[in-house]
Design a protein around this ligand. Structure first.
Ligand code: ADP
Length: 295
């Protein structure tokens, strides 16, 4: 079974997050179980090279071939779930020039004056780009639902609005890959403690994280609903066990690699004859040298 089949949320759900082990390592072959970390790190080097190759074809196709395709990786997770780490490790293996990485925080006043998808539309990758969303429009059925920032009828209507929006994106040649990084309640505590113990990580700590943690069950339910209601064949959700960072990075990179591989990306052919161009170049050089020699 491919990693995508192992981690994918079936279209329409159901999703039982409590039944998915955040420390699990689906897709790591039995032969690698003695040293899974080393295996995954070695694999990641190869997967990274493939990612870079596909991304260059995607970019080249848009720049020189008029190809309108783009790819969007959406990352969602509980606090300390590893969105930043996965972005750094996975996006870091590709050419920054072809990446479009956007983080979504609390909406600004201007953003709040518009529909919740307004800021998302503005942040979509252009043709040829590989976009990464660190948080996304799903916050509008996660934090917004848990904190009742809008009336229930408003957030309830958003699942269908999101699916319609993502269908529209698929029609517009956006290939989406949505990943929830799944950590355990205990792992979150360990990561919060680690942040508090390390002064170089204090900038990442937010006292509000402790209050959010109290709402863990409400968030897990909100996640389960969002994943079940918005996993479609066009824009599938995947749940990546994320307690082990090395597994998380390997899994996200591999899901992305497999998604890119399906696109059949090719370098666009030039609209010139390379042999004729070579002759022209050599002839121009020869003439330049002659004129220098002639003084
Ligand atoms: P992160 O925690 O991802 O490193 P921040 O510290 O900037 O980044 O936190 C972003 C915050 O913005 C989170 O608490 C998140 O819940 C909140 N947020 C994101 N989108 C929305 C939204 N649409 N409505 C309300 N809050 C949001």
């Amino acid at each position: 079974m491919s990693l995508r089949e192992l981690l994918r949320v079936p279209a329409g759900g159901p999703v039982d997050l409590a039944a998915i082990d955040p420390a699990g390592m689906p897709g790591v072959p039995d032969a690698a179980r003695r040293h899974p970390r080393r295996w995954a790190q070695e694999q990641l080097v190869e997967v990274g090279a493939e990612l870079a190759g596909y991304q260059e074809r995607l970019y080249a196709g848009a720049r020189a071939g008029g190809d309108r395709r783009r790819v969007l990786l959406v990352l969602q997770a509980m606090d300390c779930g590893g969105k930043d780490g996965a972005t750094k490790r996975v996006a870091g293996m590709m050419n920054p020039q072809g990446m479009h990485i956007v983080s979504f925080g609390r909406p600004t006043e201007e953003e709040r004056a518009h529909d919740f998808l307004w800021r998302i539309r503005r942040a979509l990758p252009e043709p040829g780009y590989l976009g990464v969303f660190n948080r996304s429009h799903y916050e509008d059925v996660l934090v917004v639902r848990v904190h009742e920032l809008v009336p229930p009828e408003v957030w309830r209507a958003r699942y269908d609005q999101i699916s319609a929006f993502e269908h529209e994106l698929a029609q517009d040649e956006v290939t989406m890959l949505k990943v929830m990084l799944h950590i355990s309640y205990d792992e979150q505590r360990e990561r919060l403690l680690a942040r508090l113990e390390d002064p170089t990580k204090h900038w990442k700590y937010n006292p509000g994280d402790v209050d959010e943690r109290e709402l863990w069950p409400a968030y897990q339910s909100a996640y389960a609903d969002a994943l079940a209601r918005c996993s479609t064949d066009e824009a599938p959700w995947y749940v990546v066990p994320a307690n082990r960072k090395w597994y998380r990075d390997w899994a996200v990179a591999t899901l992305l690699r497999d998604t890119l591989a399906d696109l059949g990306l090719r370098y666009p052919p030039g609209d010139f004859d390379p042999q004729a161009e070579k002759r022209r170049l050599i002839e121009a050089d020869r003439l330049a040298k002659l004129s220098v020699a002639a003084g």
